[in-house]
Design a protein around this ligand. Structure first.
Ligand code: BGC
Length: 521
């Protein structure tokens, strides 16, 4: 059975005049900074939960187990429900907020959603910095989560709408880049603040107010997107903004298309109901499978718990936090590979190459940890330092593979395959599935490590194998294909073709029959 590689060449490409003006680039970069708040949270909790003074104050039983009982099983040292709850509450509230945010973003504009996100986030950071008990910690994390939900919903949308057509892929990945920068900054902050023994963790948690201020100020000074202004009936302002963004006067064609697209999307009364129609089966499958698989690469085990994991391997406090900084730096650098290659080599190649590399690394890490701790979890003998360094190297190679494949692509691919009439609903599903499984992995990781031991890495290796097979057989290449022609890729696909009715050329017809632009003065 021939399996199309996805080498579909579009028949015609939509072209809008306009430049990548410094104004639009600056605007997109400021907006992409919204990813910082998400990244900062991902990176900060692992380091903080490995700081003895923090554990002593809020989780004394974990502290005692870690500090005093040296004979305890290494795999189970950090296993505590409340510690994981501290990390994972954020993702539950982010999930809820991303559902609410889609309405706020649509009715009040993308900027207001960002502002709202920044304010909630800032209040969470302040509560955390002054926390006196576990309840304050969890409430603070919950508020941070609401902020992240709003930002993750509105920022990618803002970027997609502001970015010049030809640079949309690369600018979308700038959002992921700012997530990785947020993680790295958090790792560095933890490294230094851990040295202030008694209250360094307060500075780490309170530091989140800085990315929050960036998004608050950003959302006040940034212009609203033309799409959002049109959606809210502000046509004059929309065309004025579009001219400014594109740096030219002749924006009629794009403006007319935006108006047309907005009318078409307003006609859809039930995007959620549409989504379950048979012809959207490939889209719905991807909206659920891609974020699910992204989380089952096991990446957040490294992102949340790297310092804890490195301590488990036998590193001291400082070395553990430093290793987290190193993996964080690889995460940032490798994201540039994706920005460079995504429109050259295509999505499938990156997904598959990344998958193979991650799979090999997970198996090797499982073997290394298994040899060191066996099943009992007690280190067999003092293993040389190069042994621990090799584990860190494998983890870095794994992080790199993720950073140029599943990291950015799990956000990019869903955003480009949904047709307009289901885009908002499908995107909400994408974000909430992602948050839900981030929560699940964060919540059960320490317990799973305790029970599955080194086999935990084999567990994720298995999922990486399954997701690579899934991509090979079920995802078509979307590189260089205009969004309105996307339905053809599914129609040409060996499996998905059966779900797309023969007469379903709506999107393509819309593109072909587009009216000549009206003149707008
Ligand atoms: C994922 C996060 C992950 C981050 C790591 C993002 O794409 O959604 O869960 O922590 O990448 O860089």
């Amino acid at each position: 059975m021939p399996i199309p590689s996805g080498g579909f060449v579009p028949q015609h490409q939509k072209e809008y005049p306009g430049n990548a003006t410094p104004f639009v680039l600056a605007t997109c970069i400021v907006a992409a900074m919204g990813g910082l708040i998400f990244g900062y949270d991902i990176g900060i909790s692992g380091g903080v939960t490995s700081m003895p003074s923090f554990l002593k104050e809020f989780f004394p039983s974990v502290y005692k187990k870690e500090e005093l009982d040296t004979s305890t099983n290494q795999y189970c040292k950090f296993n505590s429900e409340t510690v994981t709850l501290f990390t994972s509450t954020l993702y539950v509230t982010a999930l809820l907020a991303s559902l609410v945010a889609s309405t706020v973003t649509r009715k009040l504009g993308r900027r207001r959603s960002m502002l709202f996100g920044g304010l909630l986030f800032c209040s969470g950071a302040i509560i955390n910095a002054f926390a006196q008990n576990v309840a304050m910690l969890i409430i603070g994390r919950a508020l941070l989560g609401f902020g992240v939900g709003f930002a993750n919903q509105s920022v990618p949308l803002y970027l997609a709408e502001m970015a010049p057509y030809k640079y949309r892929g690369a600018l979308n990945i700038v959002f992921q880049l700012s997530i990785t920068i947020g993680i790295l900054v958090a790792n560095v902050v933890n490294y230094f603040f851990a040295k202030i023994y008694d209250w360094g963790w307060r500075l780490s948690l309170g530091g989140a107010t800085i990315p929050a201020m960036i998004i608050i100020i950003g959302s006040i000074v940034l212009p609203d997107t033309p799409n959002s202004l049109i959606e809210r009936g502000m046509y004059d302002k929309a065309i004025e903004n579009l001219r400014r963004i594109r740096g030219i006067k002749e924006v009629d064609k794009e403006f007319n298309d935006l108006v047309e697209a907005s009318k078409a999307s307003n006609k859809v009364d039930h995007p959620w109901r549409n989504l379950v129609e048979r012809k959207y089966r490939p889209h719905l499958t991807m909206a659920i499978a891609i974020p699910f698989f992204q989380q089952f690469t096991g990446i957040n085990i490294i992102m949340f718990y790297a310092p804890v994991l490195f301590k488990t391997i036998g590193f001291h406090d400082n070395a553990s936090l430093m290793s987290a900084v190193i993996t964080g730096a690889f995460n940032v650098l490798a994201t540039f590979v994706s920005i460079y290659g995504v429109d050259k080599w295509g999505r499938r190649l990156l997904f598959l190459q990344g998958g193979v590399q991650m799979l090999i690394c997970q198996v090797v890490v499982a073997i290394f940890i298994g040899v060191k701790f066996g099943v009992s979890g007690n280190p067999a003998a003092q293993l040389p330092q190069w042994y621990a360094m090799l584990i860190v190297l494998c983890i870095c190679l794994y992080v790199c593979a993720f950073a140029w494949s599943w990291g950015p692509l799990a956000w990019l691919v869903p955003s480009e395959i949904f047709p307009l009439e289901i885009r908002s609903a499908a995107q909400s599903i994408n974000v909430s599935v992602n948050m839900f499984f981030t929560f699940v992995v964060a919540q059960v990781f320490l317990t799973m490590l305790c029970h599955l031991k080194f086999g935990l890495f084999l567990f994720f290796a298995f999922f990486i194998f399954v997701m690579s097979v899934f991509i090979y057989f079920f995802l078509t290449e979307t590189k260089g294909i205009p969004i309105e022609e996307m339905s053809i890729v599914w129609k040409n696909h060996w499996f998905w073709c059966r779900f797309i009715p023969d007469n379903d050329d709506n999107d393509l017809e819309m593109a072909k029959n587009r009216q000549p632009p009206k003149s707008i003065n």
